[in-house]
Design a protein around this ligand. Structure first.
Ligand code: HEM
Length: 417
């Protein structure tokens, strides 16, 4: 659904859907909003003042403005209460804190995504990818999102954390519930509470096991960092960090694979170029991240004081949404921004955020994307959409994730690994 912009003066109020339901092609309405003004008030469904920021330059400035806080202490009351009551495990990590607390919590991941560790993990990413492709039929129609893109990153992060295969499904289910928080209804909040308690007690037990018997997995690395940084970290903070790893790296990376494949199959000349020159996969991944970003808006910021953004007054406790996928199509920064160009360089997209909260898992998702795209193209000759591209449904949720909901594809045959 494309959101029609109201006929309004610069910076006029936008309908809530502009932010909550971007639809299959939000880009014309993003362009219209950007042309009107970098900042718009938005008709928020909850009792709060809220704004969206649409252009590249103002989004970058907002990312670096210390008055825009990630801490729920600065959130409007309804938001704070909903999260504190239903899921304390979601709000004790770096994603929901500001420096200096953020700096301290982020140190827990100081040794997590270093090149040496990713090099060790890569052969396992390849095996997991090949196992998933082996499980596809020899021919026929397949939902590449649900049968490949969705399970791949969850298996990888479970492997990386040292979670045994038999526990992956339950972790997957808890992660899906947590990543949609906060919920507006009682049933949603009941499931959120259940998932929070389930994942918390599971990870506490997993941490105890690794404290008694440290290994080379990510859980042991985080525990070791906690000791090396002089201790002082509570188990709550460590559990919340592990929970964040489970949810932050899941649908985001699934969307990179799902959205990227869909974009490629809609552009046959770009698809042919990647088949002919597989080494372009590195720039192709950056272009998929820009062109159909997996996280369409950054997790919300809250104004910690009365302030202005690009000249627009923003009251204390306002919710501020930085529209990444709009900034990624800003013609002031990207030449011909609506064109998919897998050779695009430089490509300073904002899909992993910017500044202190910049995604620490970016190197891992790039490895997963590299292995996934390279292997799909090699093992499934004749890969193509099985439905017209305007019939591919899109999904968006509270976590600001935007991706295809199903991706029906077919291929001529499935080649061995
Ligand atoms: C294509 C895949 C991914 C995308 C598009 C993505 C996107 C993002 C974005 C936009 C942020 C910044 C949030 C903000 O400024 O508020 C972020 C933060 C974060 N991401 Fe990712 N991410 C991806 C994969 C991963 C993976 C694989 C992991 C780890 C397993 C991960 C872990 C994190 C963590 C821990 C943070 C919080 C950083 C902080 O607050 O300092 N992400 N990610």
């Amino acid at each position: 659904m494309t959101v029609e912009l109201p006929e309004s003066k610069a910076g006029g109020t936008l309908p809530a859907e502009f932010c909550t339901r971007p639809g299959p092609n939000p880009y014309p309405s993003y362009a219209a909003a950007r042309e009107q003004s970098p900042v718009h008030p938005i008709d928020y469904p909850n009792p709060a003042e809220a704004y969206v920021v649409t252009d590249y330059e103002t989004v970058v400035q907002a990312f670096t403005d210390p008055r825009l806080s990630k801490s729920v202490d600065n959130a409007p009351g309804f938001f704070r209460d909903a999260l504190r009551e239903s899921s304390p495990v979601l709000i004790k990590n770096m994603l929901t804190s500001d420096p200096p607390k953020h700096t301290r919590l982020r140190k827990l991941l100081g040794n997590a995504f270093v090149p040496r560790r990713l090099k060790l993990l890569r052969p396992r990413v390849q095996e997991i990818t090949d196992d998933l492709i082996d499980a596809l039929p020899e021919t026929g129609v397949v939902d590449l999102y649900n049968d490949f893109a969705l399970p791949l990153p969850m298996r990888v992060i479970c492997e990386f954390l040292g979670v045994p295969p038999e526990d992956r499904d339950v972790l997957h289910d808890w992660g899906m519930v947590l990543s949609n928080a906060p919920y507006a209804d009682e049933e949603g909040n009941r499931r959120l509470k259940e998932a929070s308690e389930g994942i918390e007690s599971y990870l506490l037990a997993h941490m105890s096991a690794r404290r008694a018997d440290p290994r080379e997995d990510l859980t042991s690395v985080v525990l070791r960092s906690a000791d090396e940084e002089g201790g002082g970290y509570t188990d709550d903070e460590i559990v919340s960090t592990l929970v964040l790893l489970v949810i932050a790296g899941h649908k985001t990376t699934s969307n990179l694979i799902g959205n990227g494949t869909q974009a490629l199959l809609r552009h046959p000349e770009q698809f042919r170029l990647l088949l002919d020159r597989p080494e372009l996969v590195t720039t192709a991944i950056e272009e998929f991240l820009r062109y159909e970003g997996p996280v369409y808006r950054a997790p919300q910021r809250f104004a910690s004081e009365d302030m202005d953004i690009a000249g627009h007054p923003v009251g204390r406790n306002s919710v501020v949404h930085l529209m990444l996928n709009s900034a990624n199509r800003d013609p002031a920064v990207f030449e011909d921004p609506d064109r998919l160009d897998i050779t695009r360089k430089p490509n300073r997209h904002l899909s992993f955020g910017y500044s202190v909260h910049f995604c620490p898992g970016a190197p891992l998702s790039r490895v997963e994307g590299d292995v996934a795209f390279t292997t799909l193209l090699r093992r499934l000759p004749g890969l193509r959409l099985a439905v017209p591209d305007d019939q591919v449904p899109w999904r968006y949720d509270n976590s600001a994730s935007r991706g295809v909901e199903r991706l029906p594809i077919t291929y001529d045959r499935r080649l061995p690994r």
